[in-house]
Design a protein. Structure first.
Length: 376
C-alpha cells in the first residue's frame, strides 16, 4: 500500500523532479538505500534517518517501507508508535503536497480527499507493522525452537555422558569384584613361594597348584566379563550373567582358608535358615561385600584370623560384620599394590543397595560393618 502511494505521487507530481532539485533528490535517495543495510542491526536510528530522507526524496519511499517493517520486527510498541508518528507525518505531507500541486480536489472536496489520503498512509504503515510483527514473531519462534532443540541436545549429551560414566563405574566395580579375590590369592601364594625357603615340596606343590587354579579362574572370569561387554547381540533388559550369592558363601570361605587365612562364620540358626529367602540382589551384594572384606584382610593381614558375623531380621535389614587383626608392616609379604578403592567400591555398592558400610579400626581390630535392606 505504501508503495502504491509513493508511486502515485511519483507518477503525477513533477515538483520533485524539477532540474534544480534533481541532484539533491538522487543524493538523498542514495543515502536512504545505503542505510537500509543497517536496518536489522540498528532499526530505530536507521528508520529515523531513512524517514528524514523520505521527507526530501520520494525515491526513499521503498527504504522507508523496509525501515518500518524492520522496526516492527522488534515488537516493541513504543518504538513502533514513535517511528510511526514521524513516518505517517512525512508520508502524509508528501502525499498531500503532491495532490495539491496536481490540483486534485483543490476546488471541491479537498478536505475529504486529504482525510482519505492520510487514512491510506496510516493503513500503509499499519500494513508494514503487521508484516514486521509477523516476521519478528516467526523469527522469535524459530529461535526459540532452535534454542529448545539445542537445550534438548545438550541434555541428551549430558544424559549419555552420565550413562557412560555410570557404566564405566559399574564395569570397574565388576572387574574389581571378579578379579581382586583371585589375584590376591595368586599374589599371596606366589609371594610365599618367593620369600619362604622352609617350605616342603608338598607345600610348594600345594601353593603352586593354588596359584595355577586361581590364575585360570581369574582368566576365565575376565574372559566372561569381557565377552559380555563385547557382545553387541545382547538386547537391553536381557538377564545378566549368573552372579555369586550367599548360597556359595561356603565355597568362598573354603578358598580363603586354603589361602592360609583362618575364617570363622558366626550366624544364629534362625538367620542361617532364612538366608535362602533373601532377595537375589541383596544376596549378591552381601556376597560381594564379604568377598572384598576377606580379600582385604588377606592382603593386609596375611595369616590373621578373620571372624564373619551375619545377623538380620526378614523385612528389616541384614547386617554383616568382618573382624580381623591389624597386621604389622612386616606381615604384608606378597601383598599387591592397591589404590585403596576396594572399600570405596563396597561403600558405593552398599549405598546403591539402599544400605550403608563403614570400615576402620575398632578395639585393635580392623572392622567392616555393613547393613543391607532385607528384601525377599
Amino acid at each position: 500500500m505504501a508503495l502504491l502511494v509513493v508511486l502515485y505521487v511519483m507518477m503525477f507530481s513533477n515538483f520533485f523532479f524539477l532540474p534544480h532539485t534533481f541532484d539533491r533528490v538522487l543524493v538523498v535517495a542514495a543515502v536512504s538505500f545505503v542505510a537500509v543495510g543497517w536496518c536489522l542491526r540498528w532499526p530505530v536510528p536507521v528508520a529515523l534517518i531513512i524517514v528524514a530522507c523520505f521527507g526530501f526524496s520520494l525515491l526513499a519511499g521503498g527504504p522507508a517501507v523496509v525501515a518500518a517493517v524492520a522496526v516492527a520486527m522488534r515488537r516493541r510498541p513504543w518504538e513502533i508508535v514513535g517511528v510511526g508518528v514521524l513516518w505517517v507525518a512525512v508520508a502524509a505531507r508528501l502525499v498531500l503536497r503532491g495532490s495539491y500541486y496536481l490540483g486534485v480536489g483543490r476546488n471541491n472536496g479537498w478536505s475529504l480527499l486529504a482525510s482519505t489520503l492520510v487514512l491510506l498512509v496510516v493503513i500503509a504503515y499499519g500494513a508494514c507493522v503487521v508484516a514486521g510483527w509477523y516476521i519478528g514473531s516467526r523469527g522469535a519462534r524459530i529461535a526459540s525452537l532452535q534454542a529448545r532443540a539445542e537445550a534438548i541436545e545438550r541434555e541428551q549429551a549430558e544424559r549419555i555422558e552420565k550413562a557412560r560414566t555410570a557404566e564405566r563405574t559399574r564395569i570397574a566395580r565388576e572387574m574389581h569384584d571378579v578379579l581382586a579375590h583371585r589375584i590376591s590369592l595368586v599374589a599371596i601364594h606366589s609371594g610365599a613361594l618367593a620369600y619362604r625357603t622352609d617350605l616342603t615340596p608338598e607345600q610348594v606343590r600345594v601353593a603352586a597348584t593354588t596359584v595355577q587354579e586361581s590364575a585360570h579362574l581369574a582368566l576365565a572370569e575376565l574372559r566372561e566379563v569381557l565377552g559380555i561387554l563385547r557382545d553387541t547381540s545382547v538386547e537391553p533388559g536381557s538377564p545378566d550373567r549368573p552372579q555369586p550369592t550367599l548360597a556359595t558363601l561356603d565355597d568362598l570361605l573354603a578358598e580363603t582358608r586354603e589361602a592360609g587365612t583362618p575364617v570363622t562364620l558366626t550366624a544364629d540358626a534362625a538367620t542361617a535358615d532364612l538366608l535362602p529367602t533373601l532377595g537375589a540382589s541383596t544376596s549378591r551384594h552381601a556376597y560381594r561385600i564379604l568377598q572384598e572384606a576377606l580379600t582385604n584382610a588377606r592382603k593386609h593381614a596375611p595369616g590373621a584370623a578373620v571372624e564373619v558375623k551375619i545377623t538380620g531380621t526378614p523385612g528389616d535389614r541384614l547386617e554383616l560384620v568382618v573382624h580381623n587383626a591389624i597386621a604389622s608392616p612386616a606381615g604384608a609379604v606378597g601383598d599387591v599394590a592397591t589404590p585403596g578403592l576396594g572399600l570405596v567400591g563396597l561403600a558405593e555398592r552398599a549405598a546403591l543397595a539402599g544400605g550403608a558400610l563403614t570400615a576402620g579400626e575398632d578395639a585393635g581390630q580392623f572392622t567392616v560393618r555393613a547393613w543391607l535392606p532385607w528384601a525377599t
